[in-house]
Write a protein that binds this ligand. Structure first.
Ligand SMILES: Cc1cc2nc3c(=O)[nH]c(=O)nc-3n(C[C@H](O)[C@H](O)[C@H](O)COP(=O)(O)O)c2cc1C
Length: 109
């Protein structure tokens, strides 16, 4: 029996119809940190406009190995995975965010 998948039914299983998706991929010679810098700045810009945003690493690997998706999003054939940021209009205001800490912070005088 064929089980209908969300993909087969036309659902946007990758980005769930996010109003805006920005993908930052580097050329073969770029530093992977380049994408992290610009993706972070894009998140700050989005937040300043009142948008919600979420950084995603997995789409870049899917783009890297899927020619049909590279063609769909007009991406060149040889790319580093890079980073994706999805944006949306927040429905809720988070009140109890997880407080994250660095394992250790050292100061060198
Ligand atoms: C570089 C980077 C890549 C990430 N990639 C993914 C991803 O592919 N999928 C995912 O669900 N979350 C990913 N995350 C985590 C989310 O961006 C987000 O931090 C997570 O949903 C937790 O949200 P919170 O920090 O508000 O609890 C990534 C985070 C970073 C910093």
């Amino acid at each position: 029996m064929d089980v209908p998948t969300s993909r087969a039914s036309g659902e946007d299983w990758l980005f769930y119809d996010a109003p805006l998706v920005l993908h930052f991929s580097g050329s073969a010679y770029s530093d992977p940190a380049d994408c992290a810098v610009v993706a972070s700045l894009a998140m700050l810009a989005g937040e300043s406009l009142g948008l919600g945003s979420c950084m995603l690493g997995f789409p870049g690997y899917i783009f890297r190995y899927s020619k049909p998706l590279r063609e769909k999003y007009v991406l060149p054939p040889k790319i580093q995975p890079g980073l994706t940021v999805v944006f949306g209009y927040p429905r809720f205001t988070p009140r109890n965010a997880v407080r994250r800490r660095f394992r250790e912070v050292r100061e060198y005088a």
